[in-house]
Write a new protein. Structure first.
Length: 87
């Protein structure tokens, strides 16, 4: 299972209506964080769980759902988190 698939699996806890995970690690080859094995990812997630919550709390919810992946498998993560109807 790829790290992107593991990210998708862990984010299923937020019951997303849509989820896109893009592995951008190849574009960062040679980057200091990439040497330790952590990848660079970009995600767009739409979930009702984000309704009425500010961006900072939405990001925190994503980080909490990803749990231990943030310590090793993920070096950098760009997050766009929306409630339904916001995009």
């Amino acid at each position: 299972m790829t790290v992107a698939e593991r990210i998708e699996g862990r984010l299923s806890a937020l019951n997303p209506e849509s989820l896109e995970v893009v592995d951008e690690s190849a574009a960062h080859a040679g980057h200091e964080g990439a040497r330790a094995g952590g990848g660079h990812y970009r995600l767009v997630i739409v979930a009702r769980a984000f309704e009425g919550k500010p961006a900072q709390l939405r990001h925190r919810m994503v980080y909490e759902a990803l749990g231990p992946l943030m310590k090793h498998e993920i070096h950098a993560l760009a997050i766009k988190a929306y409630a339904p109807g916001e995009i």
